[in-house]
Design a protein around this ligand. Structure first.
Ligand code: UGA
Length: 447
């Protein structure tokens, strides 16, 4: 099939390379001409495992193209995916200006029957607006331009795998023709046994927002539980493990710590809350999920204050700056929210991340950057583990502690074993687990 993709960010670019890999002729376009030039040269503008290799594979076999003029991506296309950004407005509403503009562009350049597919995460009801925009732009093609919703369930760091081996393919459409077109787009994946769930458009749009909001809710639930564990002496890791053994609950997304970040959960949760209240239903606990997520940063600050007393003049090392391991993406990263708060309180902040350093420097230039974990720890009064990159799990803890002004660790992702921290002489504060205070640490090091 001939497929056009408007917007080559995380979602759009993964869509381009995976559809070319499935055998389609794909043409991606973006308003950023530099990005298009970079993609034409086979370079990905961001890191995602296997993405660059597949980009080069698609370009060299001639199935993948990038153009800066959208007409070329649209003219011959059977299907056009809209995967432009939907950033939050100050109100929390998803800003759909780029979606409307992309829709009008498709209509302007379409030459015949074409399925226009929402790939970006959009509030329920967007397809209706998009359809209207298409018809206004091209009344002559009113019956030829149909809209469908095909939300992505890509998780950064696993996006290519998620695209080629998804848990489910979700398609919302209004005609058998549109469903048939989408079955053809994903034919090889469906043939390998993946279920395609076919619904109306409003259901598909809502199911995507609901999935992200529910995952965020689980994280906030376990973080609220962590606050309770800290007050009772219980261990949230063990509580999560026990809960997770019930197959009705499961263990996924029950890891307490610094909470969720990234370009999806924070934005989608608030957008769902906004669209819900605009439709006359308050959906009360969504705001609470976001509030508990913000509280995780305050809880980490309290631990740091408890360990260091005043912040002024203290040097604090942050290990991990990206919003999760496996990506250089720092959008809404909890590490950066914590860094901003520490800087406001007068601390010196030094950070290290295996991949997110350049992006972090751009977002919070006041963070000093280090060349590795040990460099970051040198002279620090406290280390905070913010993102659970594998390389942090194998740190030489004794060496780390020796380099620091005081061996104090705040574990924002609950990755270290308390006994190992105690043996390495650390005062250790984790989320929702009993702390090892400086007094405990020194009492245990006495003969
Ligand atoms: C998320 C969803 O997982 C994808 O299914 C969805 O397609 C995507 O959003 C999207 O809408 O585009 P992503 O934002 O890449 O994917 O990241 P996740 O792996 O879901 O992690 C989100 C955040 O939650 C991270 O900051 C992570 O550290 C945090 N998290 C995750 C926890 O704090 N605890 C957990 O137990 C799990």
């Amino acid at each position: 099939m001939q497929i056009g993709v408007i917007g080559t960010g995380h979602v759009g670019l993964v869509t381009c390379v995976s559809l070319a890999h499935l055998g389609h002729d794909v043409c991606g376009t973006d308003s950023d001409a530099d990005k298009i030039a970079q993609l034409q040269d086979g370079m990905s503008p961001f890191f995602e495992p296997d993405l660059e290799g597949m980009l080069q594979e698609g370009l060299s076999c001639g199935r993948l193209h990038f153009v800066s003029h959208p007409a070329e991506a649209i003219r011959e296309a059977d299907v056009v995916f809209i995967s432009v950004g939907t950033p939050p407005r100050a109100s929390g509403d998803a800003n759909l200006v780029a979606v409307e503009a992309a829709g009008r562009t498709v209509a302007r350049h379409a030459t015949g029957r074409c399925l226009v597919v929402e790939k970006s995460t959009v509030p329920t009801g967007t397809a209706h607006r998009l359809r209207r925009a298409l018809r206004r732009e091209r009344p002559d093609l009113a019956l030829e331009l149909e809209v469908a919703s095909n939300p992505e369930f890509l998780s950064e760091g696993n996006a290519i795998k998620n695209a080629l081996e998804p848990d489910r393919i979700l398609v919302g459409a209004e005609s058998e023709w549109a469903h048939q077109v989408m079955r053809s787009v994903y034919a090889p994946i469906i043939a390998s046994g993946c279920e395609i769930v076919e619904t109306d458009i409003a259901t598909a749009e809502l199911a995507k927002h609901a999935s992200n909001a529910f995952l965020a809710l689980r994280i906030s639930f376990v973080n609220a539980l962590a606050r309770l564990c800290e007050r009772t002496g219980a261990d949230v890791l063990a509580v999560s493990d026990v809960m997770g053994k019930d197959p009705r609950i499961g263990r996924h997304f029950l890891s307490a710590g610094l909470g969720y970040g990234g370009s999806c959960f924070p934005k989608d949760l608030i957008a769902l809350k906004r669209i819900s209240s605009q439709l006359g239903y308050e959906f009360p606990f969504l705001a609470e999920v976001a509030r508990v997520n913000d509280e995780t940063i305050e809880a980490a600050l309290e631990k740091i204050r408890d360990a260091l007393w005043n912040m002024e003049g203290k040097r604090i090392a942050l290990l991990g700056l990206s919003f999760k391991p496996g990506t250089d993406d720092v959008r809404f990263a909890p590490a950066l929210s914590l860094a901003r708060r520490l800087l406001e309180e007068g601390a010196q902040v030094v950070g290290y991340d295996p991949m997110g350093m350049a992006n972090a420097r751009q977002d919070v230039p006041e963070i000093e950057t280090a060349s590795d974990s040990y460099d970051a720890a040198e002279g620090a009064h406290c280390v905070v583990l913010c993102t659970e990159w594998d390389e942090f799990l194998n740190l030489d803890l004794e060496k780390l502690g020796r380099l620091m002004a005081h061996p104090i660790m705040i574990d924002g992702r609950n990755v270290f074993d308390s006994d190992a921290m105690r043996a390495a002489g650390f005062a250790y504060y984790a989320a929702g687990r009993p702390p090892i205070t400086e007094e405990d640490a020194s009492a245990r090091s006495q003969p």
